[in-house]
Design a protein around this ligand. Structure first.
Ligand code: SF4
Ligand code: SF4
Length: 388
């Protein structure tokens, strides 16, 4: 009897030792093998000017900044090219503002970027895009422009200012007539939730692509924008709508929101956790402001340094904010305990805009109630409590 007990104890000790050693090793291997999996090149969202003739309600611009001169902008471009070489990634540049179309340097910068091998695109409201300007942009090497639209004429102009709707439509036509692909981009809030179909119809008629993004409460609209944020259910209904458009296949409907992945994953058995995707902060893009400030994302406006003074590689590798966000085990609240956080990560701009905590939970996530159910499913004691 004594011998059996000794054997049992020995077996238990050995099994415990193997588990104690093996589990951390397996976890370490999985974590070490985690690889970013983003389908697009590393992007630079480059705000080449802070100037803009519009005054949109949900604008993310804050205090006015001084623009850089052309020579300095060129040095920013070279620094970005050098950075990509060092981190061994292919890049893309999206020119933004303010309004990039009003910058006298837009076309020369497109040319210089293309010369360095970067695909480029413009993020714009469409204001001032004449046929002639569109032709010059195309000839410079840019064949994609994103134009914002928030609804039909009345709703759009209520948000973006009187006359903007007509300007945006004219800009789409001018771009298309000159061989430039058009993406219509909508920022969805409570105010224009019921205008999505309308914008999609306009996009079908005038554009090649339709994207809709959630409103993020940052910038000069600040706290008041909090009231305009979609509820969890509304976010889900928007994504479902986009899915329907996408399946219809009339125009391209990219799904950029990290919650898109969350909607489509098998909640209980997500695929292997060695892939990182979803929010691209710290993984696949960076923002440079019109005064050279470096930010993780324009919707996560935390200044990490200034490209004119700081080495971008150094910032990329050593920024506390980027490192914090990169390791999604740092996330808090529901995102922290979520089984698919490495696929999604939530939008970091939401908790930052609402609470000032870039690691907080994305409170617009419609999976949150699911997370509770899943946790319960994997905890036998909670089943027992329910008498199952
Ligand atoms: S809880 Fe956070 S990480 Fe999980 S799906 Fe929702 S937003 Fe994504
Ligand atoms: S913070 Fe939000 S907007 Fe920025 S990359 Fe992440 S998900 Fe996209």
């Amino acid at each position: 009897m004594y011998a059996v007990a000794v054997v049992v104890v020995a077996v238990v000790v050995v099994v415990a030792a193997v588990v104690a050693v093996a589990v951390p090793v397996v976890v370490a291997v999985v974590v070490d093998n985690r690889r970013p999996h983003y389908n697009e090149p590393f992007f630079l969202q480059w705000h080449i000017t802070d100037k803009c003739p519009l005054n949109c309600k949900h604008c993310y611009r804050d205090l006015e900044k001084n623009d850089l001169d052309f020579e300095t902008l060129l040095s920013v471009l070279d620094k970005f090219a050098e950075f990509l070489k060092k981190i061994r990634k292919k890049g893309r540049i999206q020119f933004a503002g303010g309004e990039p179309l009003v910058s006298p340097y837009l076309i020369p910068l497109i040319k210089e970027s293309v010369k360095r091998g970067f695909p480029v695109r413009i993020l714009s409201s469409g204001v001032t895009l004449t046929e002639e300007k569109a032709r010059k942009i195309y000839e410079a090497g840019c064949s994609l422009i994103q134009i914002s639209l928030e609804g039909g004429c009345d709703k759009n102009d209520e948000i973006r200012g009187t006359g903007n709707f007509d300007m945006a439509i004219n800009a789409m036509k001018a771009a298309k007539a000159n061989g430039i692909e058009v993406t219509v981009s909508m920022t969805v809030s409570k105010s224009n939730l019921n205008n999505i179909d309308e914008v999609y119809e306009i996009a079908k008629e005038n554009a090649d692509r339709f994207v809709a993004a959630r409103l993020i409460p940052v910038g000069r609209g600040g706290e008041e924008l909090g009231d305009q944020l979609l509820s969890k259910g509304e976010v889900k209904s928007v994504l479902k709508k986009l899915k329907k458009y996408r399946e219809a296949g009339v125009i391209d409907v990219p799904m950029r929101d990290p919650l898109w992945g969350a909607m489509n994953l098998n909640e209980f058995f997500p695929p292997k956790c060695n892939i990182v995707t979803g929010c691209s902060v710290g993984y696949n893009g960076i923002t440079i402001e019109s005064n050279g400030e470096i930010m993780p994302c324009r919707r996560l406006p935390i200044v990490l340094g200034n490209i004119l003074e700081n080495d971008l590689v150094e910032v990329w590798k050593n920024s506390k904010v980027l490192n914090d966000v990169r390791d999604r085990d740092n996330l808090k609240g529901e995102c922290g305990s979520c089984r698919i956080k490495w696929f999604c990560g939530g939008c970091r701009g939401i908790p930052y805009g609402l609470e000032g905590d870039y690691l907080g939970e994305d409170s617009q996530c419609f999976r949150m109630h699911l997370n509770e159910k899943i946790t319960a499913f994997f905890k036998p004691e909670s089943k027992k409590n329910k008498g199952e």
